[in-house]
Design a protein around this ligand. Structure first.
Ligand SMILES: C[S@@+](CC[C@H](N)C(=O)[O-])C[C@H]1O[C@@H](n2cnc3c(N)ncnc32)[C@H](O)[C@@H]1O
Length: 385
């Protein structure tokens, strides 16, 4: 088979909307930056396109092309790459080019496969099951072929949900300098690696990320993983949130499941640094549970369980209000949309510099007085209120 004929055969099948997925690999120049290209059909505003995903050494790039343009792009790519694996609706096609562009063409009937256009998919995650992401394979969430391990599916969904928040926050990050991000209480750092992967590898941002945690062994392990992955602008440090200082501008502060007032320490730091974006999932909010006393609320507070839950909700409401009072547009959102795990609250705050409404501080004070609450965060921010 001639090269031209091979390209026509492929283009024809694509034009008939038969492509399920494809991978083009084996670059002629091993030292080149572009390593592999993946293809999949997508539907955008009712039109059919082929999405080309170009996997470079450190960055993923995407292009959506019409069927006709896709044929042209295949021609360009087969000048540089020697192998193509195409899954069409009823057959698998393997293309192998020799050094001198001799075409090897093998087909295999596979039975009918469904074309899944992106918009039809059950849930379009930013990271996809079936595509191997080096950090997810290294962290044991995916198998080397990209399939998500059954027992890690909840983690995979949580990571994807977190990346949605990161994606939303992108517009608030500076474009003209290195973006500085701190993750306080990073622990095993699944989400820190995810954040780095998304912003650096997928979006190509120039950034420096630090994960901070009290646990020396966990931090050493994370640092080793970052080095294995070649994540040169991600570092892990042992330290206490409360002692941590930073001279350069901080653009985003993340604090996920840091216990009790560790969350408040991180929020206070973020505010003082004028961070543009704060993403915080609090946990173990016990501070208020020890303070709260309010005869008007005794019908609730007499039950230990209710008191505990109410205190946690009031704590997060207070945090959100304090952030709003110091110039952040703040929302409380659901972090995990999973059926089988408890739902968490994520505090999302973007610095807008908006002044508080008339009476907002007074209403805040009435609320804390009602609960007899003396929040740690209020004390930390008292000069700004
Ligand atoms: C529940 S883990 C959460 C880990 C990770 N952020 C996540 O969401 O998967 C909370 C982490 O916060 C860390 N931590 C608690 N207080 C801290 C403090 N004052 N300074 C630094 N790290 C702290 C703990 O060591 C722990 O690893």
């Amino acid at each position: 088979m001639e090269l031209k004929e091979m390209q026509q055969e492929l283009t024809e099948r694509i034009a008939q909307h038969k492509l399920v997925s494809a991978t083009i690999s084996q670059p002629r120049q091993k030292s080149g930056d572009l390593k592999r290209i993946r293809l999949k059909p997508v539907e955008i505003k009712d039109l059919y396109y082929i999405q080309f995903e170009y996997q470079h050494e450190h960055v993923l790039k995407h292009k959506n092309l019409t069927a006709e343009e896709a044929g042209q792009e295949l021609e360009n790519l087969f000048a540089e790459f020697r192998q193509g694996l195409f899954q069409f609706t009823e057959e698998k096609v393997q293309v192998q080019l020799s050094k001198k562009f001799k075409v090897g063409w093998k087909t295999e009937e596979t039975g009918k496969k469904q074309v899944e256009l992106s918009h039809n998919r059950k849930k379009q995650y930013l990271l996809e099951d079936g595509i191997p992401y080096p950090f997810l394979v290294r962290l044991g969430v995916q198998n080397p072929d990209g399939s998500v391990k059954k027992q890690k599916y909840d983690k995979f969904r949580q990571i994807n949900r977190f990346i949605e928040f990161i994606d939303d926050a992108l517009v608030h990050l500076p474009k003209d300098r290195t973006v500085r991000i701190l993750d306080f209480g990073s622990g095993k750092s699944y989400l820190t690696f995810a954040l780095y992967h998304y912003l650096r590898v997928e979006k190509g941002l120039d950034l420096r990320v630090t994960g901070l945690d009290l646990k020396k062994e966990v931090i050493e392990e994370c640092q080793m993983i970052a080095e294995d992955l070649g994540y040169g602008q991600l570092e892990f440090l042992v330290g206490d949130i409360n002692d941590y200082n930073e001279d350069s501008a901080v653009d985003m502060v993340v604090t996920l499941h840091a216990c009790d007032v560790a969350t408040d320490m991180a929020l206070a730091r973020a505010v003082k640094w004028n961070a543009k974006v704060i993403l915080s999932v609090p946990c173990c909010q016990t501070e208020l549970n020890h303070q709260i006393a309010s005869p008007e609320l005794n019908i609730m507070l007499q039950h230990g369980l209710i008191k505990e839950r109410f205190s946690a909700l009031a704590t997060d409401s207070i945090r959100a209000e304090l952030l709003s009072l110091v110039g952040y547009e703040t929302q409380l959102m659901e972090f995990i949309d999973m059926e089988h795990t408890p739902k968490n609250i994520l505090i999302r705050a973007y610095k807008t510099g908006r002044q508080p409404d008339a009476g907002q501080l007074e209403r805040y004070r009435q609320f804390t007085a009602l609960l007899s609450a003396k929040p740690f965060l209020e004390n930390e921010l008292k000069e700004l209120l």
